[in-house]
Write a protein that binds this ligand. Structure first.
Ligand SMILES: Cc1cc2nc3c(=O)[nH]c(=O)nc-3n(C[C@H](O)[C@H](O)[C@H](O)COP(=O)(O)OP(=O)(O)OC[C@H]3O[C@@H](n4cnc5c(N)ncnc54)[C@H](O)[C@@H]3O)c2cc1C
Length: 226
């Protein structure tokens, strides 16, 4: 398969930028901030010219989403010694919360206005992907089904590209709670629950705004119990 004029911009993760030579009063500074799920504490440790450590010990952000954003963003802030880093798409509220807390903590560390301006300067570097990429399989969406498909295709010997629009892999699958839907007339019947494969099919189609592929949805609902 050929992808033409792919205009997706990707961040250069892990690019270590030259130190900004910002001056801090060394110490560990604490800020409480409202996250996506609940308030949490951000602890920032600085030495004279460096943000050394960012911790968020009591955060209750969502596993697989907000918690990933906290890890990714704090690593970026430390790698680049910069607050001019993009939010993680899909976890914007957590991203804003962390960056805001780090900024306030650095203010506690007596950063001058001029130094804060340096810290806030955009440090993101983007590069366009090549206009053409040759591969065998393109999977659009890096959630559960997309990643499973990508792994299966790779195991079958194909070259695979996964395109994910968010800054986090895993999709809804990351936050699903582990139960699996299936109609089981035998067991459910004994509990007075009226259910059927057909009902499961109809509800699944409805849940997908009736744009799902009927054959695939039938495959899911027909085989869900086994
Ligand atoms: C809170 C919650 C709890 C749940 N609990 C359960 C449960 O207990 N049991 C159960 O069976 N199901 C549960 N579900 C449903 C289940 O999670 C989903 O049915 C399943 O994860 C869907 O998998 P998927 O791979 O189709 O989609 P997803 O895992 O959502 O993956 C889709 C991916 O595609 C990406 N994407 C979309 N459009 C584009 C695009 N144009 N370009 C690039 N990427 C794109 C998305 O960002 C996402 O990463 C739950 C869902 C939620 C939200």
């Amino acid at each position: 398969m050929l992808l033409t004029k792919l205009s997706v911009a990707v961040g250069l993760a892990g690019v270590a930028l030259a130190a900004n030579a910002v001056t801090y009063t060394p110490g560990t500074y604490t800020e409480k901030v409202n996250g996506h799920n609940a308030a949490f504490t951000v602890k920032v440790t600085v030495s004279k010219n460096k943000i050394e450590k960012i911790e968020y010990p009591d955060n209750l952000e969502t596993i697989g989403v907000g918690k990933v954003a906290l890890e990714k963003l704090s690593k970026k802030i430390i790698d680049r010694q910069s607050l001019g880093v993009d939010n993680v798409t899909g976890a914007t509220i957590t991203s804003f919360a962390l960056k805001g807390a780090v900024k306030k903590a650095l203010e506690q560390a007596k950063v001058s206005k001029a130094d804060m301006a340096k810290l806030m300067k955009n440090s993101e570097k983007y590069t366009a992907l090549p206009a053409e990429i040759k591969t065998n399989v393109v999977v659009v969406g890096g959630g559960g089904s997309g990643l499973a498909s990508a792994i299966a295709a790779q195991q079958a010997g194909a070259k695979v590209i996964v395109l994910e629009k968010l800054g986090i892999l895993g999709g809804s699958t990351n936050v699903s709670e582990g139960a699996l839907n299936a109609a089981d007339p035998q067991r459910q019947g004994k509990q007075g629950i009226e259910d059927s494969i057909q009902k499961h099919y109809e509800q699944t189609m409805k849940g997908g705004h009736n744009i799902g592929n009927p054959d695939l949805v039938h495959y899911l609902t027909d085989h869900a119990l086994e």
